[in-house]
Ligand binder design. Structure first.
Ligand SMILES: [Zn+2]
Length: 291
């Protein structure tokens, strides 16, 4: 007899987009090589830079300005006033709703390695004294993919902010939907978007910061719904990968068409903000809206 749940019990496979991202990840994201811990070599410009300077510069190359990826905790430290951040919805745990082989083990392993419970950390605190609810995605956790818990945490962050009349700032970083959760992952797109819409109708501010990489179902939902959409320099931002796009439209795509710089030239985003200016920019936007 045909069982509907078997539909989702696919063997291990990667979508083209996830495969491309993983390949790109190997080359691009790997942190600069660390010969002896003191010095690192920038994979972008080849300069050797002092590791301490690199970290003090919030993982931006001091020679060429290339923005390396930050994890969620580093991002929170960068943006929130010291000691003000309080995490919310920490009790939501990822389960294996479709009985996808190996998913529980993968989650348990990733929790240990990435040192966070899921691919997004949500909470509230102050940005240069301005109250804000934030959701910070972390690409170290299964490529920041959006499963049920990620969608639920983002939705609850919006609802919390709406109830308290506060802005929401989302730092997006995602490979897209969580394939191990199938259709349950896809429905997070609608759920998060609806929560963003209710927050919007209440007259509250929503700002998104697109970081490297922002792709797939996250791009196709809340990441592109900000009243103001900011991006970090050089960030990969797109929906499907280049190969999928070319096959679909039957045309060659231009070089760099999924970078923050290309998107600002074509009106998709509002501003590219370097990391050293990000906190000040966000605090000014909040101030403008709420004063
Ligand atoms: Zn560099």
């Amino acid at each position: 007899m045909f069982k509907i749940n078997k539909v989702f019990k696919k063997p291990h496979y990667l979508t083209l987009q996830q495969n491309n991202l993983q390949e790109a990840q190997k080359e691009k994201n790997a942190l600069p090589a660390i010969p002896n811990g003191l010095w690192i070599k920038c994979k972008h410009c080849g300069e050797t830079i002092y590791n301490k300077d690199f970290n003090a510069n919030h993982k931006v190359c001091t020679a060429c300005g290339h923005h390396y990826r930050m994890n969620a905790r580093e991002r929170i430290d960068l943006i929130m006033d010291t000691g003000t951040f309080k995490e919310i919805n920490t009790d939501l745990k990822t389960v294996n709703p479709l009985d996808f082989e190996g998913y529980e083990e993968k989650i348990a392993d990733t929790i240990k390695k990435a040192d966070i419970a899921e691919a997004v950390v949500t909470g509230y605190g102050k940005i240069h004294g301005n109250d804000s609810v934030i959701a910070v995605m972390d690409s170290n956790f299964m490529m920041g993919s959006m499963g049920s818990v990620v969608g639920e945490k983002i939705t609850r962050a919006f609802e919390f902010a709406t109830a308290k009349s506060k802005p929401v700032i989302v730092f997006a970083a995602s490979g897209g939907a969580r394939m191990q959760e199938g259709i349950l992952s896809l429905m997070q797109m609608a759920k998060t978007s609806a929560a963003a819409a209710r927050h919007d109708r209440a007259g509250e501010l929503y700002v998104t910061v697109l970081t490297d990489p922002t792709t797939g179902g996250v791009t196709a939902s809340f990441a592109m719904l900000g009243d103001i959409i900011l991006a970090e320099p050089g960030a990969l931002i797109g929906f499907a990968g280049k190969r999928v796009g070319e096959q679909t439209i039957g045309q060659k795509l231009p070089e760099g068409f999924q970078t923050a710089e290309f998107l600002i030239d074509h009106g998709f985003i509002d501003k590219i903000v370097t990391r050293d200016n990000l906190k000040l920019t966000l605090s000014r936007l909040i101030k403008l809206h709420y004063s």
